[in-house]
Design a protein around this ligand. Structure first.
Ligand code: PRP
Ligand code: ZN
Length: 297
């Protein structure tokens, strides 16, 4: 294959991952000439172009060297790795990207009294993920039939073509609408940055490393929150014990109130209402959770 000097990233043309993927690349300083109806978007700032395709095609495009990287669900990447055959170029999950979270699950009709995986023996399970389902059945020693369908998997039990399904679950709405319930979780999935296990040795490899560094910075900041609160000195220990992760908090004196302290803590992830309520119970007041825009240590 002729070498290219511009990096090429494949992503879903239109679907749940499209908008957040473009947003993430934008934060990494990659912007593209808008031609969304087209297959190809030329990168304006950096020598990085986009290929907009069906998400199922992304791992294959990387394995063939048509693209250098792809933004795709872990479910699609892992399914490819299990079914592509020995000769295919091995792919790597370079980074989890923190959006498009869902799970690949086996679901059964609601009226079935499901207790354990052994009940799936002898059943027919419809799925678009025969590789992942087959592997799970093997590791659990369950002998079940795998019915491979390209789509509309969730209506297979009603049509009588399968007894159970194995499909992606996000909100669970599709399962409820089809009188199914989740029985087993096979894989926790999210969007990932996929690429060849061995990066290209030319300028494109350098560009991938630069992109990975920017991604790490963007992801770290995106997940960080600054927590500000006031506490009295005698509740400080109790409050500090409840702080979610992150480095040691900074303490500031409050003018004119020698017993009071301002506490400032960088938290590694979301701070939930529940966590805030617990911290408040321990003695904190005037609490603020702020998003972090940029960070330079
Ligand atoms: C996925 C999956 C389910 C649905 C689950 O399909 O196949 O049908 O999402 O989501 P829910 O739990 O929020 O209802 P998707 O919308 O990606 O389309 P596809 O089936 O055509 O790939
Ligand atoms: Zn679906």
């Amino acid at each position: 294959m002729k070498t290219r000097d511009r990096l090429r990233i494949a992503m879903q043309k239109s679907g749940r991952l499209t908008e957040p993927a473009l947003e993430l690349l934008g934060r990494c300083g990659l912007t593209f000439r808008q031609s969304r109806d087209k297959l190809f978007c030329f990168g304006e700032g950096e020598p990085v172009d986009l290929l907009l395709v069906r998400d199922d095609d992304i791992p294959g495009l990387i394995a063939q060297g048509v693209c250098d990287l792809g933004i795709v669900g872990r479910n699609v990447l892992d399914e490819f790795s299990l079914t592509a055959g020995r000769d295919a170029e091995p792919l790597n999950e370079w980074r989890p990207l923190g959006f498009g979270r869902c799970r690949l699950s086996i679901a059964v009709p609601q009226e079935l009294d499901y207790q354990q995986a052994r009940q799936l023996a002898g059943k027919r399970i419809a799925t678009s993920y025969p590789g992942l389902l087959g592997e799970w059945l093997r590791t659990h020693g369950i002998d079940a039939g795998v019915v491979t369908l390209a789509g509309s998997v969730e209506i297979a039990p009603k049509l009588g073509t399968a007894d159970a399904i194995c499909d992606l679950v996000q909100s669970g709405g599709t399962l409820v609408a089809n009188q199914l319930r989740e029985a087993e979780v096979l894989l926790e999935s999210e969007a990932v940055l996929a690429g060849p296990a061995v990066l290209p040795a030319d300028e494109r490899g350098d560009m991938v490393e630069l992109l990975l560094k920017r991604l790490d910075g963007v992801i770290q900041v995106r997940e960080s929150r600054l927590l500000l609160l006031q506490t009295s000195r005698h509740t400080l220990d109790a409050v500090t014990r409840l702080l979610p992760g992150g480095p040691q908090p900074t303490l500031l004196a409050v003018a004119g109130q020698p017993d009071q302290l301002m506490l400032q803590a960088l938290c590694a992830g979301e701070v939930s209402w529940r966590q805030l309520e617990e911290i408040k119970k321990a003695g904190a007041r005037e609490m603020f959770v702020l998003p972090v825009e940029k960070m330079l240590a």
